[in-house]
Ligand binder design. Sequence first.
Ligand code: VGL
Ligand code: ZN
Length: 200
Amino acid sequence: MHDATHALLVIDMQNDFCPGGALAVPEGDTLVPGINALMDDFRVVILTQDWHPAGHSSFASTHADKAPMDTVEMPYGTQILWPDHCVQGTHGAAFVPGLRTDADLILRKGFNPAIDSYSAFFENDQTTPTGLEGYLCTRGIERLTLVGLALDFCVNFSALDAAKLGFDVTVRTDLSRAIDANGSRDAATEAMRQAGVELC
Ligand code: VGL
Ligand code: ZN
């Protein structure tokens, strides 16, 4: 059992990121038993939930003449466009069946129609906070272990922000899977390494 300063952050274990979902990550669903078991080792468990309004600006369908995996220039930088996914209140946005949801906090992100939010800490403008940093600091959390989906997007950006904010960060790559678009898995792994994130 880890001490109360070490929290488990379970990223986006939702139907749309699992086989059969709108933005399926290969083998995403296979992580459930391992993640459930790992929760027993932590006094503090936080789940994140990608939670977009219909017509979100990160959806290809919102933009004329765009297809999923195309990019678009947003005021905050280049945004990859995705299939419609994790729309608020839909089956796709629900947690994967069997995932333990007896967590201390469920943090929703990506609800701002104009800005995507890969990271659990900041929206993609890298300045609008989700409030998670304040929550963790108030609870005295100093270390984080991350698991979930997707390794090269939401896990990656959450881990990088956490490291930047001064948390001691570990990513359990055995309990995470990547979308792997255009080499994004290797790029994410390298970025996390460089940021001092422990990968195991
Ligand atoms: C994610 C793409 C779009 C993720 C969320 O959870 O990694 N990826 N929205
Ligand atoms: Zn999303």
